[in-house]
Design a protein around this ligand. Sequence first.
Ligand SMILES: [Ca+2]
Length: 507
Amino acid sequence: MGEYSDILSRRDALQRGLGAAMALVGSSTAARGGEAPGERGSAPRSTPDQPKRTGSRPNILFAIADDWSWPHAGAYGDEVVKTPVFDRIAREGVLFTHAFCASPSCTPSRGGILTGQAIHRLEEGGNLWSILRDKFRVYPDILEAEGYFVGHMGKGWGPGTLEGSGRTRNPAGPRFETFKQFHESVPEGKPSCFWFGSHDPHRPYKKGTGLEAGMKTEDVVVPPFLPDTHEVREDIVDYYFEVQRFDSQVGELVELLETSGQLDNTIVVMTSDNGMPFPRAKANLYDYGTRMPLAIRWPARVKGGRTVDEFISFTEFAPTFLQAAGLKPLPEMTGRSFLGLLTGERPERRTALYLERERHAQVREGDRSYPMRAVRTKQFLYIENLRPNLWPAGDPEKWRAVGPFGDVDGSPTKRLILDRRDDAEMAKFFRAAFAKRPAEELYDLSRDPGQLNNVANRREYAAVKKRLRAQLIHWMADTEDPRAKGETDFWDRCPYFGKTSKESGRK
Ligand SMILES: [Ca+2]
């Protein structure tokens, strides 16, 4: 019963909200989200500061970890994990403190990076284990057509399948076994664009690797949404061990570029696709799911030793790379270039950033998505859970993939919380990660950086909530989000190409 009427009232509410938001357009730059990254801009844009298309076009090395959260790097002040390569890129380049993935799930996050578009525009590509149709143009293909030599190794776009997409290769470029092989294949005089996708620090972890590497669990800062126990600290240092492995992998690539004299005209980007694989982190719109480490080094155009605190959305890499190569961003890109921020030549103030997710794993009866949309400002995080009647982390009993609450990867930390969910001190962590959530969440980060205290229903926040909600609804409409028009089962019906079982775990 409740569900259908929930949907109807939701749709009504959305439409009413949309009307209100549209009424604000033009009258308020705050409501328009005018400075916001991820917003659809008029295109093609004129780009006065773009370099000439000459032989000096930069190489691009995009190095992406798998499931690494801000602020887990030395450059951000973490004293346990050692990331000398990331720290060097940051020191000799720019360290970004407010970079966010488009969606906290491998496939859509990578789809957003490659296409420069909000993930709700990518059809099936908004889901994990999906397809990215060839009508969605990606920056490696465009650069290749413009004379770049392109390639990828490791985890490119995905996980997903090429079948039915109209593509014959991974959207991240042709596959190479090693970076050396790629590097030696670049024809004389051609700029190159390479995607290095590590599988670290994705689970599973080998238990004890963090301790064996000499990390001290007592020095770990446990995020406030996780129980501070020995098991959790050990799990975190095992995650750190793989972060360090990613760092040293990137170090090998950087060394090769340096030895060959190519490093200084290469835009080296080091980042991640989504947050740490822990409860209430990955697959959530809270910071530990979406806020990403990001450092970029490019001494040919970028003065080093700077920190940029403005918002960066991952939909902005594609237009930035195109602009750096002397090209215009594509009209369908909702992200816009942050080249001016990177070089420091065009500082700009950015007031808001948008986040979203559709279906992560196949973990709800009926293969249903758990759609969320959110707007993040420096002080607030406002989240709309569009189907609050469903389980955010997946059904409590296994449905086809992973296990109970399967949007949270299996781990010692998850097991601890689930096993002891009835203990008084553990119940709050269980609720935070696994329980159903209200339709609206609002966090005041000035008082609650851990994003645990939902103030959406507090009277003193009513005006803030109204403004953020109008901003979010405007962004959805402006970027042609199918959910701006109300409920849709589109993403529920998309095939899931991951490991699945015909029988669910329940009767
Ligand atoms: Ca990932």
